[in-house]
Design a protein around this ligand. Sequence first.
Ligand SMILES: [Zn+2]
Length: 233
Amino acid sequence: MSASFGLFRLQQVDSRISQIETRLAKIQETLDNDAELRAARERVKLAEANQHNAEHARRTSEEEAKGQQIKIQQVESSLYGGTVRNPKELQDLQAEIASLRKHQSALEDRELEAMLKADESQSELQAAQENLKQIQSRLGNEHQKLIDEQESLTRNLETLKSERQAAVSAIAAEALSIYDNLRQQRRGVAVAEISDNACGACGTTLTAGLQQNARHAAQFVYCPSCGRILYAS
Ligand SMILES: [Zn+2]
């Protein structure tokens, strides 16, 4: 049996693990960073804040106008209550009411403006929420597919990791360290299977002698071009 059989098996598992991990990272990125969805969420957040502020401003202006109305009523009841008879005092009360009314009219204008703003911000909030709902339901299907794929890949990954443990336990520490170093240097592929008389990783044609060695020698045989360990089935 080829000296590299155990490493070849490990290589197959590791390549599959890398593929799955790359795909899982991509799926996670898509789920996290869907720009359209994020923009729609931002819009809702902004609209909520604006609506909250506008509603607060509306309530404040409403209370101010009400307070002013109460002040006017109090002065009016003094004026018409019959307890004040002095013409000078009555005149003062009338002047005070006129001044209070003038200010009240300004407060009412402000209240009206605040109401309009509150209505506008409420409409924008509803539009933003509706927009988010539409995007969520459209992306919902796509996202659900990705989530299903994510679950299935995660299960595969668990299986592969126990397969990896089994494969590693059959390999000598020295061979494993050669393998790990090569994988780091050769973009994750340390072992290449010979196929059609060539190195399966770089495509270099291999001599019959080299292939024979790869099949039977007790030592690892390396591809003369890419330096990977050769495996012959
Ligand atoms: Zn090669």
